[in-house]
Design a protein around this ligand. Structure first.
Ligand code: 13P
Length: 247
């Protein structure tokens, strides 16, 4: 089922005090908004602060696909479950481009998340170079085909289209560009998984702020957002949530 979701990817930001304050302040700002689900992805070491509350959905920013073993600094799906997570981001562009994660690795991570009853937020998107070469749709197609290879229950996955050139740059994809990519992703999922795409939630990410939320959420194939910078303050994140209520 397509869901309206506004998620916050905190990346490597904030600290214990600011997160405690966020957990304190945020719920009352969105208490009246029932039709939008918020999910926060804090740095791993602060997950326990979310386990101590029950108002905010939360998840991990990454996983390794093995259950346990000699994989220094890695975290497994089972460990995230143990900390009360229901969600995990897989394939964020910073993982792909800074840490060199490839589609076949991400495929294993997706399978591990699903096997452990975690809902993956699977990120895909093209770089500026790829867009300039007009290769954005080939890139998305490959990321989907290889990332989802052999996966059965794709209706459990949330997708996020995050064009790399729009992340943290202040440069948002225009609503038309974002809509074009979302429509393509939905059609591709329809092709790969016998019309499953119609019921899949596809989020947009890349310099989302209160100022551009309204025009993006109007688009037919945009179901919500994965927000970086503007999710760090309760005020801007709640404002984006509020503006995402209606098409
Ligand atoms: P910004 O909203 O800071 O551009 O980050 C987007 C993002 O990468 C969310 O995962």
């Amino acid at each position: 089922m397509r869901e309206r979701i506004v998620a916050g990817n905190w990346k490597m930001n904030l600290n214990k005090l600011s997160i405690k304050n966020f957990i304190n302040d945020f719920p009352s700002l969105v208490a009246d908004i029932k039709e939008v689900k918020n999910i926060i992805f804090p740095p791993y070491v602060y997950l326990y602060l979310f386990q101590e509350q029950d108002e905010i959905h939360y998840g991990g920013q990454n996983i390794y696909y093995e259950e346990n073993g000699a994989f220094t600094s890695e975290i497994s799906s089972g460990m995230l479950r143990d900390m009360g997570c229901k969600y995990v981001i897989v394939g964020h562009s910073e993982r792909r481009h800074i840490f060199g994660e490839k589609n076949d690795l991400l495929n294993k991570k997706l399978q591990s998340a699903l096997d452990n009853n975690l809902i993956p937020v699977f990120c895909i998107g093209e770089t500026l170079k790829e867009r300039k070469a007009n290769r954005q749709f080939n890139v998305l197609e490959t990321q989907l085909k290889e990332g989802l290879n052999g996966i059965k229950n794709i209706e459990k996955i949330i997708f996020a289209y995050e064009p790399v050139w729009a992340i943290g740059t202040g440069e948002t994809a225009t609503p038309e560009i974002a809509e074009g990519a979302h429509k393509f992703i939905r059609e591709e999922l329809n092709k790969l998984f016998s019309n499953a795409g119609e019921n899949i939630t596809i989020l947009y990410g890349g310099s989302v702020k209160p100022q551009n939320t309204g025009s993006l959420i109007k688009m037919k194939n945009i179901d919500g957002f994965l927000v970086g910078g503007a999710s760090l303050q309760p005020e801007s994140f709640s404002e984006i949530t509020r503006l995402s209520r209606e098409d």
